[in-house]
Design a protein. Structure first.
Length: 60
């Protein structure tokens, strides 16, 4: 499926009273998730344990 068709499908699945901000946010989140999955597929991710350690350090 082309990107254009994916975007159309996402928008069509949203309620009729959706705002432009809602659409942009949904597309932004989708793009970031796909980017993250691509990076993981390329081996650029970090192990879960390391991620949790980093989060713990940021929060404390």
């Amino acid at each position: 499926m082309s990107v254009k068709n994916e975007v159309i499908k996402i928008i069509q699945e949203m309620p009729d009273n959706v705002t432009m901000e809602d659409i942009l946010y949904k597309l932004y989140v989708r793009a970031r998730i796909e980017e993250g999955i691509k990076e993981l597929d390329e081996g650029k991710g970090i192990p879960h344990e390391e991620a949790m350690e980093r989060i713990f350090k940021w929060l404390n």
